[in-house]
Design a protein around this ligand. Sequence first.
Ligand SMILES: [Zn+2]
Length: 87
Amino acid sequence: MYCTSCGNQMMQGAEFCPSCGVKTNNKEEKAFNVEDRNSFGFNILSFFIPIVGLILYFVFKEKTPIKAKGVLTWGIIGFVVNLILLI
Ligand SMILES: [Zn+2]
């Protein structure tokens, strides 16, 4: 990784740049990931209404990829189950 301020190469996961001392955004990224986990409610919703799961996937994928993957997976399972029940 490189410093966003001076372009100096830094150690992976460094909190401050050793060259110019500017704070890196490592901590902010970690704070985002706290909320990134599978949501039971959204997964159930995606299972019963797959199209909602697909929409939620595109809404979540930027900031919470784990949650997004969960709703997408359950949306696909729900879609397949609905298809089987229709046949
Ligand atoms: Zn720097």
